[in-house]
Write a protein that binds this ligand. Sequence first.
Ligand code: ITT
Length: 203
Amino acid sequence: MNLKKIIFATGNEGKMREVRMILEDLGVEILSMKEAGIEADVEENGKTFEENAAIKARAVMELCGETVLADDSGLEVDALNKEPGIYSARYMGYDTSYHVKNQSLIDRLEGMTGEERSARFVCVIAAALPDGRVITTRGTMEGQIGYEERGTNGFGYDPVFYLPEHGCYSGELPLEVKNELSHRGKALRQMKEQLKRLKEGTA
Ligand code: ITT
């Protein structure tokens, strides 16, 4: 397959920064929707990360006819029945600051300690190919909801996400280290392998 250009269907700059670094060595030009001059406000009406990632990727592929990748991701807090999950961006309203959203999670876990605070980031990457095929990959990063916010790196819920094995918060990780460990890094590296096979004509 002639794969020279991929459009990444996201309006989230934080995601885009991570994606660029992870896909750097694929040898394919990666364009954000903005760079490709595409405007799309896709309704994410699926019930799973997989459905929503596929909905976004397919909608944009149909607009431009190119191979399109999309990311649907979120934070699952076990003590909150895996909330906010697929509603992570919408939690407490799109326009509510992450400082407020993060503090709300801390408040809702009051009195809980250690494993009771377990949570994970989930990321599903979907690729919509011009021939109509859709491929998805998934990655997770396990951790806990911290007792406070720490760090100014990353985006969204990173400052409230504690990584017990590393003794720090996701918001404190340099970009390269987050990409090594993260849900997004894991899902995108799997996708990269699939895209390489498509490029080489072995898939
Ligand atoms: P696009 O749909 O345009 O890609 P979005 O931000 O609306 O952007 P999602 O619907 O996939 O994307 O929502 C993902 C939300 O989950 C995101 O806005 C963050 O709140 C949270 N999230 C996902 N990955 C994260 C990460 O690596 N660090 C912190 N928060 C993350």
